[in-house]
Design a binder for this molecule. Structure first.
Ligand code: SF4
Length: 622
């Protein structure tokens, strides 16, 4: 473990030194000096967020279990620490050994959010790693990146050596084995990257060429060397019960965003909301067994001493064995005063009994996501839920003694009109009226309905990937309209900054031309754009203008249905044909059933022999 006394002066001048010293309970790793391959997992946001990310824990654990790779951690420093590092000429280091990022064989980033891209550049440069693939020399770390934003890797094409597409538990171990072999044999950097491009699930951007039409759209996208695949197929785990779960993670001393054990119950989603990228890229739907989950939870609680287990997955009430899982968990968590918490649930599969059971441990406010205020628009986005179901769920919740509800909506959705916006206020008002329509237990406190509204961002690999985002003016007008429609203080209204969503849309649908803008943003010292206090829209507009990027081209343009899209070379299983059909159905107001009701043949079941629900139904012949 690093002796941090030499950093005493830096640490004395930062707000939260605990972010930068490691040494947490159970953070020991095998001796880095004896590692065959040294990996630093770099989280491009603060320690508190990074330490709450389950994916990072899973993948770091996979590296450490190889027996030859040792994985350390580094997080995006807060500006006070960036300043101290620069002032004292100390490179950004990994928490376990205190060694600079540049000393590692691999620097691995996870891309959770487009507005963390400037943090990636900042961490590279603070860590002493040349910013671009082109500038890196023999001996520099191989910079890899994965996560949801890697499904459109192009805005970061200049900066990342290898992208990991899809689930990494198996593929990253294969990559680590390959890189370790290359290191032992002294294979050159260029040949190492070339070989990596042929491994399934990896994309090496420097080995592809993008050409553009005069109007800025993509004309062609092709490999530069023979043997480099034209299409990169995402990796999926076939059997989730067989992948390793990190039962002994470091327990932070600082308060983090999620101080609890997180149990990933399944991957994928049965639904098919047309705006939702996660619902498409994580297909096919695969569950873990209650036995595996229960054993993992028990071991993780015993190790960490946490007093809460959160069940995490996209739409938790779709888990086919949820009542059994909850019963198994409550059998031992009740006695240990360990809480169970459930994420936002779909209202239509509201398990009253289940919630009562969970409430016996902890009573928390409930969150639902109707997403749109009218049935017409809910049908367009394929949120298969009716107003009656929403009201029934709220009624049950109130009858159960809850007085607080949070409802998530979006504005700017395709085909949205002012009536849809007004519909949000009307629905929230109906819920308030419903509460007061009966004498309720605990009624003295009254009800509070929070309406939280985000702005629609068109995302790659969704049926709405071609749709333009509303302009800022239009989004802000709609936000104001909704504000005017809310007439009671029983409804709290929160909405997102439309300007943030616009920059997010630019990078979500961006291409390689955005690398120039990112490099310039970094040069200007821009970072932590996901934090309100640092996001500077006007500066972003200046950066775009100076780098020849028109943000409207990416955010506010309807993409052609036959246009070559920057992410078309990635195969997520779900076909473009399916997404086009889904878009057409949306425009006709037609809904598509969930996967358990009927398979719509999206294409995801073909991947890696994964057992999608349709395969299970048809005995594996779908
Ligand atoms: S293959 Fe069928 S069941 Fe599987 S995710 Fe696609 S639509 Fe759903």
């Amino acid at each position: 473990m690093k002796d941090y006394s030499e950093y005493a002066e830096l640490l004395a001048n930062v707000e939260k030194p605990g972010r930068y010293v490691g040494g947490e309970y159970a953070s020991e790793i095998p001796d880095p000096a004896k590692a065959g391959l040294r990996v630093c997992f770099c989280f491009p946001d603060t320690y508190e967020i990074g330490m709450s990310n389950l994916g990072v824990k899973i993948l770091a654990d996979c590296f450490n279990k190889t027996g030859f790779a040792v994985c350390e951690r580094s997080y995006m420093p807060w500006p006070d620490m960036c300043e101290q590092l620069e002032k004292h000429g100390v490179p950004l280091y990994a928490l376990e050994s205190g060694d600079p990022l540049r000393d590692f064989d691999v620097a691995a980033f996870t891309l959770q959010y487009e507005l963390s891209y400037t943090n990636v550049l900042q961490m590279l440069s603070l860590g002493g790693i040349p910013l671009t693939t082109a500038e890196r020399a023999e001996g520099d770390p191989v910079v890899i990146a994965g996560g949801p934003c890697a499904y459109n890797p192009e805005p970061l094409a200049d900066f990342i050596d290898i992208f990991s597409i899809g689930e990494g538990e198996e593929s990253l171990v294969e990559l680590a084995e390959y890189l370790y072999e290359c290191k032992k044999k002294g294979v050159s950097r260029a040949e190492t990257l070339y070989g990596a491009s042929k491994l399934p699930g990896f994309y090496v951007p420097s080995l592809y060429k993008a050409e553009y039409n005069a109007d800025g759209t993509l004309a062609s996208f092709a490999p530069l060397r023979e043997g480099v695949p034209a299409t990169v197929v995402k990796r999926v785990i076939t059997d989730l019960d067989k992948v390793s779960f990190p039962r002994e993670c470091a327990v932070p001393f600082l308060e983090t965003v999620h101080d609890r054990v997180m149990l990933e119950v399944f991957r994928g989603c049965l639904r098919g909301c047309r705006f939702c990228q996660a619902g498409m890229i994580y297909r096919p739907y695969r569950e873990k067994s209650p036995e595996t989950l229960n054993a993992d939870a028990k071991a993780a609680i015993a190790h960490s001493g946490y007093s809460e287990i959160a069940l995490t997955s996209l739409s938790i009430s779709d888990y086919s064995r949820l009542p059994r899982l909850i019963d198994d968990l409550l059998e031992w968590t009740d006695g240990k005063m360990v809480n169970l918490s459930l994420p936002s649930m779909r209202i239509d599969s509201f398990y009253e009994e289940l919630l009562k059971k969970v409430s016996s441990v902890r009573k928390s406010g409930l969150t639902f996501a109707p997403e749109a205020g009218t049935q017409r628009l809910r049908d367009v986005i394929n949120k298969n839920i009716t107003e009656e179901e929403i009201l029934l769920a709220c009624e049950r919740s109130f009858d159960g003694g809850r007085t607080s509800l949070k409802l998530y909506f979006m504005n700017g959705l395709p085909t949205e009109t002012d009536d849809d916006i007004k519909g949000i206020a009307m629905l929230a008002q109906k819920i308030v009226d419903l509460y007061y329509s009966k004498k309720r237990q605990g009624g003295g406190r009254g009800v509070n309905v929070t309406v939280s509204v985000s702005c629609f961002v068109p995302k790659p690999f969704t049926p709405f990937q071609w749709v333009k985002q509303d302009t800022i003016e239009e989004l802000e007008r709609k936000q104001q309209l909704l504000k005017e429609c809310i007439r009671t203080n029983k409804i709290s209204y929160k909405y997102h900054d439309a300007r943030v969503s616009r920059v997010e849309a630019v990078f979500a649908r961006g291409d390689r031309k955005l690398c120039k803008a990112l490099a310039l943003a970094h040069e200007r010292g821009m970072k932590l754009d996901g934090w309100d206090e640092f996001f500077d829209y006007d500066e972003w507009m200046r950066v775009f203008a100076e780098s020849g990027v028109d943000p409207a081209f990416y955010a506010n343009r309807e993409f052609g249905r036959d246009e070559l899209l920057p992410w078309d070379f990635i195969d997520i299983g779900v076909t473009k044909r399916f997404m086009k059909d889904e878009y057409a159905r949306a425009m006709n107001g037609e809904t598509t059933p969930d996967c358990r009701t009927e398979c719509s043949g999206c294409g995801a079941a073909k991947l890696g022999g994964a057992r999608c629900v349709c395969r299970e139904r048809s005995g594996g012949n779908a």
